[in-house]
Design a protein around this ligand. Sequence first.
Ligand SMILES: *[C@@H]1O[C@H](CO)[C@@H](O)[C@H](O)[C@H]1NC(C)=O
Ligand SMILES: *[C@@H]1O[C@H](CO)[C@@H](O)[C@H](O)[C@H]1NC(C)=O
Ligand SMILES: *[C@@H]1O[C@H](CO)[C@@H](O)[C@H](O)[C@H]1NC(C)=O
Length: 249
Amino acid sequence: MEMSPNTVSSVLFPWSLWLLFFLTPVTRTTSSAPSSEAPPPANTTLLFDSGTSLRNCSCSAALRDCDEALANSLCRCHTAPRSALPPAGLTEPGTLTVWLKELWVLEELLNSSRVGHLRLSFCGIKPMDSQYLALLGLRTLRIHSAVPEAPYPHQEMTISPAAGLAMEIETLSFDISSSLSVTFLDVAVLNGLSALKAYSVLGPPAHTLPQHFPHLALPLALPSTDTPGDPKDPSEQASEPPLLFTFIY
Ligand SMILES: *[C@@H]1O[C@H](CO)[C@@H](O)[C@H](O)[C@H]1NC(C)=O
Ligand SMILES: *[C@@H]1O[C@H](CO)[C@@H](O)[C@H](O)[C@H]1NC(C)=O
Ligand SMILES: *[C@@H]1O[C@H](CO)[C@@H](O)[C@H](O)[C@H]1NC(C)=O
């Protein structure tokens, strides 16, 4: 039996109902030093650009953003040549801190990385142009802008559907935690000029993405995009994890 692609997708994907929701950022407009009361955090990875290479540090201390001299003296750091960066992006399920001055760090280091908790500090002078950065599995984002007089120097956001949506998600009868989260971050937010805004869309299935977001080049090999155009076994398609797309701008 032949089915049109549209029929197939509406039959097989309950989440093709598309659930759209807005996320609320936690905005901190005043610059706050890390609290000294907090329990000592486990070592976190800090990466920052030093011209043609990258400093890769393991830090136990909480540092002031962009203070490279302090990082070099308090953390255990080594230099990683730019040419040795993993071409497919980084994988850091825990916390990753990145201080950057130039776009190449985002392009060559972070784009299409899998990071659970990302702290991005923009330490440069030349403002970032609007461009999106794709991240997989992101749960929290903290951004800092060292641009002088930036009205929003510190902001953070948690990427999870609002509690109020739990019911709607339940009625779609799948576990939101099984979804694959893909975040598109407009890097212009690093200029600190506006409050973070975000929304998430649950679905559509990855292979229909180009149809719905034609201008989005997905720099990721999603499970269902590796054989585009191949007719697929419907049962295989039905087991695709639902995708949670979040746009932060
Ligand atoms: C940073 O160093 C750690 C430990 O040596 C290593 O596992 C990791 O891959 C390095 N990351 C980069 C981007 O070089
Ligand atoms: C944690 O960081 C400190 C420096 O801040 C370093 O001396 C220590 O070796 C690090 N531990 C690990 C397991 O990387
Ligand atoms: C990330 O990759 C996508 C797709 O290749 C590209 O369109 C986008 O400009 C890249 N973003 C950055 C910040 O390099």
